[in-house]
Design a protein around this ligand. Structure first.
Ligand SMILES: [Ca+2]
Ligand SMILES: [Ca+2]
Length: 377
């Protein structure tokens, strides 16, 4: 399936033929992990359904239903002095004020899914996008630009309560210039399998291996937006309760301490990740984790602050920006049957190669175990 999808994307990029109907479909007829139908918008509207760059008619973009002022943007197109670039292929869409794009997706009822898409601001005022799969809806701030390309990937998750999910990406902005509005490209989906705690670890998904779809060809990671609750997290079991996102990174593009995935705490104290774990009052616990750097030129004295209930630990890490990690542990006595585990980065850091992208320490392999306390002699 992976190869088929890749092949049709390649074919599509060169000659814009229609994607086959079976593209992106699993053997049971539901959606497969990866790009949605025409999720990278490379399959263009007919010329008769275009007025300049503006898409005319609601069913003009193959695979999608569009509403409001939607433009079909070619990479290399100019807006003012800005040259528009596109992360996937040569085309993307732009959502004007109150404009939206929608697609119906065949899903498995009861299953959790995460959506990953690329977005870029085009006017400075653009601040957020509304993502909906009824009855779930989320507002994703896109004001902070994390990558030097201007494009960031965002993740959002929903629980399928019907067999067909209608994904809506909507620009709630009201700008004076109707052509102002975010660019959207590369919309993908991934089924999530919420992990359980094991007898080796009370933290669920402690290695961050379960998470949103990561595009093989965009090297800037996936942002897990702020104010994400654990039951609808694209990073299962984890809560992002801060004002800014945390970045989900993969070993194909970054240094990762354990397995294939980890998180980078990219926005100082405004970028925190947490989980509530079950503990037994009076018992001693050891919270262990890896702190490192992602091999992304994030140079400097990084510090991760770990919290377990009221206990805290600051872990300094001298980063040369070339990848590496160390292990740390925080021992604490549980004072409640639920303990909040939280991590944040003390400082803001910028990449030394572009001085414009936020970066920070990498966190991975979070483990929590009770310690057998032997009686003191
Ligand atoms: Ca594209
Ligand atoms: Ca990992």
């Amino acid at each position: 399936m992976q190869r088929l999808v890749l092949l049709s994307v390649l074919l599509c990029a060169s000659c814009h033929i229609s994607l086959s109907l079976t593209n992106g479909t699993a053997s049971n007829g539901t959606v497969a992990d990866g790009l949605l139908e025409n999720g990278n918008f490379e399959n263009a509207p007919n010329a008769t359904n275009m007025k300049g760059t503006v898409v005319v008619g609601r069913y003009s973009i193959p695979g999608w239903v569009n509403e409001g002022f939607v433009e079909y943007i070619k990479s290399g197109q100019k807006q003012g002095d800005m040259l528009l670039v596109v992360p996937e292929g040569a085309y993307a869409v732009r959502l004007g004020n109150e404009a939206s794009i929608k697609q119906k997706i065949k899903v498995i009822k009861g299953m959790y899914y995460s959506i990953t898409f690329s977005a870029a601001r085009t006017c400075a005022q653009e601040e957020r996008l509304n993502v909906t799969v009824a009855p779930d809806s989320g507002v994703l701030p896109i004001q902070t630009v994390y990558s030097s390309s201007g494009w960031d990937n965002y993740a959002w998750a929903f629980k399928a309560i019907y067999e067909v999910a209608e994904l809506i990406i909507h620009n709630p902005g009201v700008e004076e210039d109707p052509a102002c509005g975010p660019l959207i490209d590369a919309v993908a989906i991934k089924a999530l399998y919420p992990p359980r705690p094991t007898n080796k670890n009370s933290v669920k998904n402690g290695g961050f291996e379960e998470g949103p779809y990561v595009f093989p060809n965009t090297p800037w990671g996936v942002l897990i937006p702020p104010n994400i609750e654990d039951d609808h997290s694209p990073l299962p079991a984890w809560i992002v309760e801060s004002l800014k996102a945390v970045k989900y990174i993969d070993s194909a593009h970054y240094f990762v301490p354990q397995g294939r995935r980890a998180v980078e705490l990219v926005a100082g104290k405004e970028s925190a990740i947490a989980q509530i774990v079950r503990t037994i009052v009076g018992k001693m616990y050891r919270l262990s984790f890896a702190v490192g750097d992602a091999n992304n030129s994030c140079v400097g004295s990084l510090v991760v602050e770990a919290f377990a209930g009221k206990d805290t630990l600051k872990v300094p890490y001298e980063s040369k920006g070339k990848g590496g990690f160390k292990r740390a542990e925080l021992k604490f006595k549980a004072v409640s049957n639920r303990t909040r585990i939280m991590f944040l980065s003390t400082f803001y850091t910028m990449r030394s190669d572009d001085f414009s992208s936020l970066c920070g320490p990498v966190l991975d392999d979070v483990k929590l175990l009770s310690i057998q306390t032997s009686p003191n002699p």
